[in-house]
Design a protein around this ligand. Structure first.
Ligand code: BGC
Length: 397
């Protein structure tokens, strides 16, 4: 029965992912290194008890746990960074619903973007018998110690959306292709301004994310690989002079921080009517800050503004002509892929991975599954977001 439910769920998830781009190469075989690692982790998962870490060392109890596991159940700890941003609420509830559908018990926690809170939530998950941890980290570099405890207790860890750095306890990474998110944003600006052909110069300002989030460097890197040549030749001008990652990063991805930085940029560079042609924003929370500031302080022609996540407020801005595009990352697909990984770990089969080269977390490359991000704008949002059931019409009014 459980098997049937799981396989029905997987078929639905795979069909859904084919529609929105998370399905391609879904069962790409792992490299031999990965397979070795998978096998090791599989044994680990099977051996892990539902009791505490210390108790897990008892062979008798480990056998009991293996029985539980082979029955298809088990407890999964899901650590999410914050409820402040819409997407993590969706990620958390999708993960919880899909894991429960697949027969798992779920311990879902949000940490209010506070690193110490996230660490203690993970400690609790370990001590209360989680058999797999799924973690969207707040700061990728701050979980080394607690994940050493997970490793000690033979609990596999899946880094969710954001890579966890410098920890050898990370088994898999499930995410969207973060570099591709950035290139799509950069290409959008390149094409809209027709940078290949137009003379310019055009003015641009740049906003990326939190320095502790490994993704931010991929988003920034992808976009800048497209745009930097135009900056170097003078066709794109950053009047604030703020171009390098550390200058354009936004702590905690906070809307207010992006907004006040944009306030300062406008008053120093665009208050005299100078036209701002484009604002590269790595995601929707920073795009919202830039947009709020422009609405309050800028009188020129409206610039191109990029974003990511298709948050409700930003899709509304897109419809109102205040944000040009957003990258759509269907969190249902990422959750489905992550549940497949959990399921594979629990059942001792190969987890889906399609990238075994890109994401080195400082201890080696982490076998990853990269879902494909999609581009959304005012022309296709209905099909992508409403027809797919992600939002209702009413959500966007
Ligand atoms: C995610 C983005 C999100 C950002 C802020 C990143 O790690 O990949 O989708 O907008 O964090 O929460």
């Amino acid at each position: 029965m459980k098997r049937k439910l799981v396989s029905t769920f997987l078929s639905v998830a795979m069909a859904a992912s084919l529609l929105v781009g998370c399905g391609g190469g879904s069962t790409a075989p792992a490299s031999s290194d990965t397979q070795t690692e998978t096998a090791t982790e599989t044994e680990t998962a099977t051996e892990t008890t539902t009791e505490t870490a210390t108790e897990a060392e008892s062979t008798e109890e480990a056998t009991e746990a293996a029985d539980t596991t082979s029955a298809g159940g088990g407890k999964v700890g899901v650590a999410m960074p914050t409820k402040d941003l819409q997407r993590w609420n969706q990620d958390g509830s999708n993960m919880e619903a899909q894991l429960k559908d697949a027969g798992y018990e779920v311990d879902l926690q949000y940490a209010s973007n506070d690193i110490a809170t996230q660490v203690s939530q993970i400690e609790n998950m370990i001590s209360s018998g989680a058999q797999v941890l799924v973690i969207a980290s707040i700061d990728g570099d701050s979980l080394g110690t607690v994940l050493a405890q997970a490793k000690e207790a033979n609990i596999p860890v899946i880094a969710y959306d954001r890579l966890i750095m410098n920890s050898d306890a990370v088994t898999y990474y499930a995410t969207f292709d973060n570099y591709m998110v950035g290139t799509k944003q950069g290409e959008y600006i390149r094409d809209q301004l027709d940078l290949e052909n137009a003379d310019g110069p055009f003015n641009i300002e740049i906003f990326t994310g939190d320095p502790g989030d490994n993704n931010a460097r991929f988003f920034y890197g992808g976009a800048m690989d497209v745009l930097r040549p135009f900056i170097d030749e003078g066709k794109l001008v950053v009047k604030s002079g703020q171009v390098e990652f550390d200058e354009v990063a936004t702590a905690n991805w906070a809307t207010e921080t992006a907004q006040s930085r944009m306030d300062a940029i406008i008053s120093a560079n665009y208050a005299d009517g100078t036209k701002l042609d484009a604002v590269l924003c790595s995601n929707d929370s920073t795009a919202l800050g830039a947009t709020n500031s422009l609405e309050a302080n800028y009188t020129g022609d409206w610039p191109i503004i990029t974003g990511q996540d298709c948050d409700v407020a930003n899709v509304k801005n897109m419809i109102a002509g205040k944000q040009s595009m957003s990258i759509f990352k269907d969190t249902r697909d990422l959750a489905a892929k992550t549940v497949e990984m959990v399921d594979a770990i629990m059942k001792g089969t190969d987890a889906p991975v399609n990238d075994t080269t890109t994401y080195d977390n400082g201890t080696g490359v982490i076998p990853s599954y990269l879902c494909e991000p999609v581009f959304a704008d005012v022309n296709n949002y209905k099909e992508l977001l409403i027809d797919s059931g992600y939002y209702t019409e009413a959500d966007l009014q």
